[in-house]
Design a protein around this ligand. Structure first.
Ligand code: UN1
Length: 517
């Protein structure tokens, strides 16, 4: 292979992670099989073919489901803290392989190396969280209205959890789901994005080793690969009680309806259109750092990326100037080179969407404060590198209402009371993340109050992206309503059972009903 792959240690990383030139894309633990058509994994960094993965065929899928359902029978009876021990070992494995896996994430997906490592760290963090959780899967006890009766609730494993993940967080979002699902006693079938199949193959190798070393059955962790059709097998499959899907609103609506039609459960983490409100009392230096990282981090391809900046008229010019200055310092290029802040978009279709959004802004008469454009020439041959742009825009424009997965920041002005800014912030269909920059306690609390942000995540003096795993992650409205990761998000991976036990010799009925024979 070419010099770049070797220069940046990609070949070495692939070797360490067990990824080959041609890989099976279907696996139940350490068993790999299938001869389906090949998916090419091409790096957006330099358009090199990294490897190929066999798609899952319908027959392969049936085999996976059989193994998974079988494995569930054994896994669910293992005490939860023992399942936690397996997740602990997986977290250890991730610590060992953080470097090569982070590098592969960066190269296959295009995010900066720092963010690639950060993503693996997020996997490690959720494993740690899940290990503790494995001893805390608790329910309530209640007082019964009947004498000599005890009432309590308990949580039981659900079964096979289907995970559909997106290219932008190719490994962390899988880990959020799977680490929790495993300690809860579920087994997982993962369909990663067809744009990032190799990182998924690498993760499956790592967990397969752990399962094998512990003599656990095939099927606790399964991998399937392919496009939306493979995902549809899962959404339609009654053997999959929960489908957790991350991606676009369009995709989420289809998943939700298909799963609901069979009365299954879905956990949706869909698009965001996240804003930062900048009040007259904001610390402008902090605002700029938060907004720039939020807007250009992962090249604007996080569901938590900052897309709108709602700035009070009193500080508008100051913020505008500071931001445009900061953008001048951004270095765009190979994400494996740690001098660069911004890597490429995922592919040339994403570049088209970016250009389309900029054209739309111009049609509306929006002014570009920092011009965009596709970068050309040495180092940019893949055609996926774009310049982060800032445009003055209005909230109600169609294009501003949409989530464009690219580094375009819309700047808008508000005047008068904070209420006006909150109305703009909430005036979109999405409801994932939001933030306010202010040193004024009253403004901060109003933003967080019931009359404030309508998003699943609301931050003060922090940008919209970069959530920690300890809190529940997800959003309202068309973001889908799901919650993953920390807090009590684990409950969605289990079924709740209420138990009432009578330890007397009488059989009194609830609500005082008399029924004598
Ligand atoms: C996503 O973009 O789908 O909060 C997840 C963040 C990351 C996760 C983003 N921890 O930005």
């Amino acid at each position: 292979m070419s010099i770049t792959l070797e220069d940046y240690g990609i070949m070495e990383a692939l070797g360490k992670l067990g990824v080959r030139e041609i890989n099976n894309g279907t696996s139940t633990g350490s068993d790999w099989f299938g001869e389906g058509d090949l998916i090419d994994s091409v790096s957006p960094v330099d358009k090199q073919l990294i490897g190929k993965v066999h798609q899952t065929t319908r027959e392969d899928y049936e085999k996976v489901m059989e193994k998974a359902t079988d494995a569930f029978k054994q896994w669910r009876v293992m005490p939860a803290p023992q399942r936690g021990e397996i997740v602990r070992q997986f977290g250890e494995r991730l610590r060992t392989y953080k470097e090569p896996l982070g590098k592969l994430v960066s190269y296959e997906m295009g995010k900066s190396l720092q963010e690639g490592y950060g993503e693996v760290q997020e996997m490690i963090d959720i494993c740690d969280f899940a290990v503790g959780l494995s001893r805390q899967l608790h329910g309530f006890t209640m007082h019964s209205e009947r004498p000599g009766h005890r009432m309590y609730e308990q949580y039981h494993p659900l079964g096979v959890v289907g995970i559909i993940s997106a290219f932008n967080f190719p490994v962390a979002v899988w880990a959020w789901n799977t680490a929790l699902a495993w300690v809860c006693g579920d087994v997982c079938v993962w369909k990663p994005s067809e744009k990032t199949p190799l990182t998924a193959v690498a993760c499956q190798h790592l967990i397969a080793e752990v399962l094998k070393e512990n003599n656990l059955p095939e099927g606790i962790s399964c991998l399937i690969n392919g496009d939306y059709k493979v995902g549809e097998w899962m959404t339609n499959d009654k053997r999959v009680p929960l489908v957790s899907a991350t991606g676009s609103i369009r995709m989420g609506k289809i998943v939700a309806q298909t799963v609901a039609a069979r009365l299954g459960k879905s956990l949706l983490e869909l698009g965001g259109n996240n804003a930062i409100i900048v009040t007259p009392d904001a610390d402008i230096k902090m605002t700029v750092i938060g907004a720039v990282f939020g807007a250009v981090g992962t090249c604007g391809q996080r569901c938590t990326s900052t897309r709108r900046l709602i700035v009070h008229e009193d500080v508008y010019d100051q913020v505008k100037e500071a931001l445009t200055d900061a953008y001048k310092q951004l270095r765009i290029g190979n994400p494996l080179d740690q001098n660069n802040h911004v890597g490429p978009l995922i592919d040339t279709d994403a570049v088209k969407n970016y250009l389309h959004a900029i054209a739309k802004v111009q049609e509306h008469g929006g002014k570009l404060l920092v011009e965009g454009g596709v970068l050309e020439g040495e180092g940019y041959e893949s055609g996926c590198y774009v310049k982060p742009a800032i445009a003055e825009a209005e909230n109600h424009w169609d294009i501003v209402q949409e989530e464009t997965f690219a580094p375009i920041l819309y700047l808008m002005k508000y005047s008068g009371d904070l209420e006006n800014a909150i109305a703009l912030q909430n005036g979109v269909v999405q409801g994932l993340s939001s933030a306010i920059m202010t040193t004024n306690l009253r403004e901060a609390e109003r933003f967080l109050s019931h009359a404030g942000s309508d998003c699943g995540i609301a931050n003060v003096n922090i940008g919209t992206s970069g959530a920690e795993i300890g809190g529940a992650f997800g959003g309202e409205k068309e973001t889908g309503g799901g919650r993953e990761s920390g807090s009590d998000a684990w409950k969605v991976y289990m079924r709740r059972q209420t138990n009432t036990i009578n330890y007397t010799t009488e059989l009194p009925l609830a609500q005082g009903i008399k029924f004598d024979l």
